[in-house]
Write a protein that binds this ligand. Structure first.
Ligand code: CA
Length: 393
């Protein structure tokens, strides 16, 4: 491991703490912090372990900041709350690891995506004090042995518990807790694709998967009663893989008739929606441009999908890959075979879907209810995430 000493030309004042980091007695002053950044990369993603040692006086809270050199995007984190704006990243302590004695070390980690080179950030700050990567201080070694073992083991697979606050750089990440009125607002706008009628979308403060608030859809039958709430956070072209995760609760079993509950405009399909809903009592995808369904609506195909359980919160996840035009779907953490489009024709599942080349470019996310014949339902959506990595349930 490369080690070098980062000279700190002048004493630095830590904002808020009022702490002056004194120059060491040697000719060069030492940074009051050391950061060891250890990435573990694969083709398009990585995890990073960040060890931070406080060589200043004790602190009760900390913030570590850096800038990525490339297009790295943090998707989730552990043992710190990590936020990102552009290339600038800020990690703050969680409740139990804010206190850091002089000489003590703590660790946090995160998972992210990147393309090109996953370069190690050139510089770090700790409560505003420049550290630099792999810094060994020239001050007296701490009397307390730094903790070398992270408080918890970083996950080797994407975390399975990712409420919205852990969405990291997800393009959409919302548990609706910021909604104050009855009508969805802020990042959400109610839309009536055809003509407005009995279908309504409201903020519900009495039913929630997390917190106290969810999005409620009163879905009614018929063409004129379509209602959706559209995220105004347009899905970026920076990714062509979308992991959509949401929790949904509903009161009425999926009908025999075709219904859609989620719709995503596809810029590569004339702006027509990729729709996710149900038919014949089971979940299905439907491609609006040609009405292809996944699975096929044969009895055997329907049996390979799954109903959406009623009166309980369900975690729905699907991955839409625009590079190869594939879909994978999980219901409450279990992959659903009838909702798997893997590019290889499978009888009863995806031969209809594969009738033509399909390379989706999703540009929005709409949650609601769309019935084309019979079928009414009341649904609540919560903890919605769209990101380039699987968020889990
Ligand atoms: Ca909520």
């Amino acid at each position: 491991m490369r080690r070098r000493t980062l000279a700190l030309a002048t004493a630095a004042v830590v904002a808020g703490a009022g702490m002056v980091v004194a120059a060491a007695s040697a000719a060069t002053a030492a940074a009051a912090c050391a950061v060891v950044y250890t990435p573990n990369s694969w083709s398009s993603g990585f995890t990073a372990d960040v060890k931070v040692t406080n060589y200043g006086t004790a602190v009760s809270s900390w913030t570590v900041s850096w800038a990525f050199a490339g297009d790295q995007k943090v998707t989730n984190a552990w043992n710190a709350t990590v936020s990102q704006t552009g290339t600038a990243v800020t990690a703050t302590n969680v409740a139990w690891n804010g206190s850091l004695a002089s000489g003590a070390t703590t660790s946090f980690g995160f998972q992210g995506t990147y393309s090109g080179t996953n370069a190690t950030p050139a510089a770090f700050t700790f409560n505003g004090v420049a550290c630099g990567p792999d810094v060994t201080p020239t001050t007296t070694p701490p009397t307390t042995a730094p903790t070398t073992t992270p408080p918890t083991t970083p996950p080797t697979t994407p975390p399975t518990s990712a409420p919205p606050q852990n969405c990291g750089a997800a393009e959409v990440c919302d548990g609706f807790e910021g909604q104050t009125g009855t009508t969805p607002s802020g990042n959400w706008a109610v839309t009536y694709p055809d003509c407005s009628g009995a279908g309504t979308a409201t903020i519900d403060k009495t039913v929630a998967h997390s917190g106290t608030t969810s999005l409620r859809i009163n879905g009614a039958e018929g063409y004129c009663n379509h209602v959706f709430v559209r995220s105004t956070q347009i899905l970026a072209a920076t990714s062509n893989v979308w992991y959509v995760r949401y929790w949904v609760r509903h009161t009425t079993a999926l009908p025999a008739a075709h219904v859609a509950a989620v719709a995503m405009a596809d810029a590569n399909d004339g702006g027509k929606d990729l729709r996710f809903g149900g038919q014949n009592g089971a979940l299905q995808f439907n491609r609006a441009s040609d009405d292809a369904t996944l699975p096929e609506q044969s009895p055997a195909g329907v049996a390979l999908s799954a109903p959406l359980p009623v009166n309980t919160w369900n975690c729905v996840e699907f991955k839409v890959d625009g590079t190869n035009g594939t879909i994978q779907t999980w219901l409450n953490g279990t992959s659903v075979p009838g909702l798997l489009e893997d590019g290889v024709p499978t009888h009863d599942i995806d031969s209809q879907w594969l009738n033509r080349t399909w390379r989706p470019a999703l540009t929005d996310l709409k949650l609601g209810w769309e019935s084309y014949g019979s079928g009414a339902d009341t649904l609540w959506y919560d903890d919605v995430a769209v990101s380039a990595m699987r968020n889990g349930c």
